[in-house]
Design a protein around this ligand. Structure first.
Ligand code: TXA
Ligand code: MG
Length: 320
């Protein structure tokens, strides 16, 4: 076994935190059965303890142990998308501690599609609780270096699994109620979920699901302000801010020509490429000292829904 993998396993077993690569974003992982270790996640992230964590497992049989019931819908979605960027909210068994579930009677489960994460999970033979490895409310990390930059010595080991291939967090489907609901758009397109269930899956509203912090209005935020634009409004939005003396970054396909003076951070033309590049470019705009980021919205289909969700939350004014 690779030395880093061995060190990560040892860290988990003694209750320390690790940086965990997945296909979506890097996670801040702890042994999901170790209450103290799980509490350290909340302390390091600065996250309210009532916000539940996703438990990552190696396969479907292990997932079933963390659930009290696995409905036909859960079986169908797990069969279609695991390993993959999908989290299922299901009734919990007595395995997850209250620290993981935030005291709720449900648990979020996911089998990540990343070779290193799966090897670690198989060796660990348990569950790894892991939120995204960023401080609360900040941009999620998509490389091992992002995790080291942001969390430093708060993590015992950062497993480097390369840049994340999906780039936005998992899709979360709540299967604990009467009908399936979408809690967070993410790496599996909503269209694919609905096709697998042969049903419409409506988006849950913030009012009823305030415990999913991804649903708090302002989230995933870079330091720079963020403004959403269309291809038509791009020039006006950028020119206005340049004229006011702001340092402006533009997130737009390379085919666009932002006004002179703006920093063009080129995004791929397709929504998958946009998702993969998004968080890294938001960090880059911050690193280059930009005051404002003007971002072009993709259409809402496929991964565009998740990209727009993150852009909208990052654009919501913060109180700080
Ligand atoms: O792609 C991902 O999902 C990444 C990687 C590391 O797996 N993880 C991630 O975790 O994004 P986090 O904690 O940043 O977001 C997980 C979301 C939160 O909004 C949380 O409230 C929600 O999942 N969640 C977890 N368990 C839940 C439950 N039992 N009921 C409702 N929401 C839950
Ligand atoms: Mg997060």
């Amino acid at each position: 076994m690779r030395p880093a993998l061995t060190r990560a396993l040892e860290a988990l077993r003694r209750g320390d935190l690790i940086g965990l690569p997945t296909e979506t974003v890097y996670g801040l992982g702890a042994d999901a059965s170790n209450e103290l270790a799980v509490r350290r996640i909340f302390a390091v992230k600065g996250r309210p303890s009532t916000h539940p964590l996703i438990v990552h497992v190696a396969d479907l049989p292990e997932a079933r142990r963390w659930a009290s019931t696995f409905s036909a819908h859960a079986e169908a979605l797990a069969a279609a998308f695991w390993p993959g960027p999908l989290t299922l909210i299901v009734p919990r068994s007595d395995r997850p501690s209250d620290a993981v579930t935030g005291g709720q009677n449900t648990v979020g489960l996911r089998v990540p599609d990343h070779p290193l994460a799966l090897e670690l999970l198989r060796e660990f033979a348990g569950g790894i609780a892991a939120p995204s490895a960023n401080r609360y409310g900040r941009v999620s990390p998509t490389t091992a270096q992002h995790v080291r930059d942001e969390l430093g010595s708060d993590v015992a080991e950062v497993l480097d699994g390369g840049p994340c291939t999906v780039g936005v967090e998992s899709t979360i489907v709540d299967l604990s109620g009467v009908a399936p609901r979408l809690l967070r758009p993410g790496g599996v397109p909503l269209e694919a979920i609905e096709a697998a269930l042969h049903a419409r899956v409506p988006l849950a509203t913030a009012a009823t699901d305030i415990r999913a912090p991804g649903m708090v209005a302002s989230h995933y935020a870079p330091r720079a302000g963020l403004v959403l634009a269309t291809r038509d409004s791009l020039e006006k939005e950028v020119t206005k801010r340049l004229a006011a003396g702001a340092r402006v970054a533009v997130l737009a396909p390379s085919s666009e020509q932002p006004p002179t003076g703006a920093i063009h951070l080129a995004i791929p033309d397709d929504a998958e490429g946009y998702a993969r590049a998004l968080y890294g470019l938001l960090r880059e705009a911050d690193a280059r000292g930009c005051d404002v980021i003007v971002a072009i919205r993709p259409t809402d289909s496929g991964l565009g829904l998740a990209v727009n969700d993150r852009l909208t939350r990052a654009a919501t004014p913060r109180r700080t």
